[in-house]
Design a protein around this ligand. Structure first.
Ligand code: NAD
Length: 543
């Protein structure tokens, strides 16, 4: 602070625009989609404020329209990773010494630019690059990312205010320093907002960052980088590069100045990162902060007293929005025998109404899955059911086709075995598996829900009986980091439902909350004594 304690009030969540027919936002978004499709974008790396290009250009195509070329990005090799680390370390001191209100100003300006001038371009890039419909893009790349930026500015101000007691004659204070080194932000394909939050949260705290997005999110990540630059982010504070994961790890985890990793992605990748960091622990100047939000196998448990229509609507949204590619997506459901037939029938009727196709046609609810690797993986699980000799069966959907894009029908599997493979493993696609249980034994099923998968990310219960809600909430206390009562397990909002899970789902540092920001700070305690003692003796040893 410079000559004043400035106030950064708690913001309100950004309003979600409807994109209804005839609305100005619909027109604006459609134009932004057309503009992007008329251009072949050449996407550079951003290192030390400079655009850097390589000879290794990778194509970007919409997952739902693989015949169309959107552009290229310039893949990074080891030399670019080293350049990015050098640029970050060069920027570090000046950025760490920049006053909080000036740093905050940059991120608040970025939020404002995203809410206004860049909103449609950012949403259009997310729709085209990651195959999201207009609503899914709006809640992600516009609203959630704007919220992350504004709420984090507020939360960090609240941290800076926290100061220790000072008795008479002493002034104690806490200084929240950035980490001594660079932070690596490694981000997933499925949320542009996570892509933007993982580098900016540590940067806001005064850290310098190397940002590596998933290759399948580079298209929208580069639009966010444009916004940060226009907002005045100084050179070298966030460096955006596109190396392979292992090449990045080889260099960063062996670097003395590696200060932490802010990761979101799959559990296997996170575990391998942690292992490499552990192997190199003696090399580092300080103990690196390891923050990772990872996979899930998110449950919906339906009590015999549940409201059937609420269950159906929330399974339809919770399992199939964005083709089930949310870490929080409902992917296993436990239905009581007294309600199961009605829920299954109504759910299949609803799924039949979901149109699937390209994002430019706003009547499509379902678009494509992210890439061929993911498509093949999902198809493998579906084929497994078809060849399961009765252990499981498909009750709706089950089709897939990759001629024009990576399309998988919303699919519901039913199994009599609560430990069937699709009840346990993360599939990351539009596939929900249900198990029907004996309604009289609902309480026994809670142990199965708790112990079926290694994850503990999100989970939902449906019940109209308050005593059972209390019992389930208690018994499932460690089964999910985000627990929902009579609601779908997806759709966490910044400031309202801080997000993250435990067990194999990560470190549960709740992205977009005050808890997360503490991980990017290293406090220094300062004690100043006004009139120091001038004699070492105490009264107790006087004669
Ligand atoms: P992913 O693990 O394949 O990739 C995530 C990032 O890690 C990408 O940038 C990727 O390039 C990078 N990477 C891959 N291998 C690497 C390596 N060896 N070293 C360093 N980096 C490496 O995940 P994804 O497919 O992009 O995203 C889907 C996964 O993310 C799912 O498991 C999902 O549950 C999870 N996810 C979790 C949350 C959460 O908050 N818990 C949110 C979104 C996604």
């Amino acid at each position: 602070m410079h000559n004043g304690y400035y106030h950064f009030a708690e913001p309100k969540n950004e309003t979600v625009l409807s994109y209804a027919p005839g609305s100005p936002e619909r027109k604006g978004l459609q134009k932004a989609i057309a503009d992007l499709k008329n251009e072949i974008r050449d996407i550079p790396m951003y290192i030390g404020g400079k655009e850097v290009r390589s000879n290794d250009k990778k194509e970007i195509r919409p997952p739902h329209e693989i015949g169309h070329l959107l552009g290229h990005f310039h893949a990074s090799d080891a030399s670019h990773i080293n350049m990015a680390i050098d640029a970050a370390m060069e920027a570090r001191q000046r950025w760490a010494e920049t006053s909080w209100e000036q740093r905050a100003g940059i991120f608040l300006k970025a939020a404002e630019l995203l809410a206004t001038k860049y909103r449609f371009k950012m949403n259009a890039a997310t729709m085209l690059g990651q195959s999201k419909n207009a609503y899914q893009a709006e809640i992600d790349s516009a609203c959630e990312l704007i919220d992350f930026l504004r709420f984090n500015v507020h939360f960090l101000s609240e941290i800076y205010k926290q100061q220790p007691l000072s008795p008479t004659g002493v002034h104690n204070r806490m200084e929240y320093r950035p980490l001594e080194g660079f932070v690596l932000a490694v981000t997933p394909f499925n949320f542009s907002a996570i892509g933007g939050n993982l580098p900016t949260a540590p940067a806001m705290c005064g850290n310098v960052v190397i940002w590596k997005p998933a290759n399948t999110q580079v298209y929208s990540a580069s639009v966010f980088m444009e916004i940060l630059i226009e907002a005045g982010l100084p050179d070298g504070v966030i460096n955006l590069i596109y190396p392979s994961g292992p090449t990045l790890g080889d260099i960063c985890y062996k670097h003395r100045d590696f200060a932490g990793v802010h990761f979101t992605g799959s559990t296997g990748v996170f575990q391998s990162m942690w292992k490499s960091i552990g192997d190199n622990i003696a090399l580092y100047k300080s103990c690196p902060r390891i923050v990772g939000e990872t996979g899930g196998k998110d449950f919906v448990f339906v009590h015999p007293s549940a409201n059937v229509d609420a269950v159906v609507a929330n399974l339809a949204r919770g399992a199939f929005e964005y083709q089930g590619q949310k870490c929080s997506a409902a992917s296993r459901a436990y239905l009581p025998s007294n309600l199961a037939a009605e829920i299954k029938e109504k759910l299949c009727v609803e799924l039949e109404t979901m149109k699937m196709g390209i994002v430019d046609d706003f009547s499509n609810f379902i678009n494509a899955v992210i890439d061929e690797k993911s498509f093949d993986n999902i198809a493998r699980y579906i084929d497994g059911v078809k060849n399961s000799n009765g252990a499981a069966r498909i009750i709706c959907g089950g089709g897939y086709d990759k001629k024009l894009g990576y399309f998988v029908d919303p699919t519901v599997i039913e199994t009599s075995d609560p430990r069937y493979v699709t009840m346990c493993e993360e599939i990351f696609g539009p596939v929900l598996t249900i198990h029907v249980y004996d309604a009289d034994k609902w309480e026994d099923m809670l142990d199965v829900v708790d112990s079926t998968s290694p994850y503990a990310l999100t989970g939902a219960i449906f019940s109209q009986d308050r005593y059972t809600i209390e019992l389930m909430t208690r018994k499932l206390v460690n089964s999910a980091g985000n627990f929902y009562i009579n609601d779908k397990p997806t759709g966490a909002v910044v400031g309202q439902q801080p997000f993250g899970g435990a067990r194999a789902s990560g470190t549960n540092d709740k992205a977009g909350s005050i808890l997360n920001l503490y991980r990017w700070l290293s406090a220094r305690t300062i004690k100043e004594t006004m009139v120091p003692v001038t004699n070492y003796r105490y009264p107790f040893h006087e004669e």
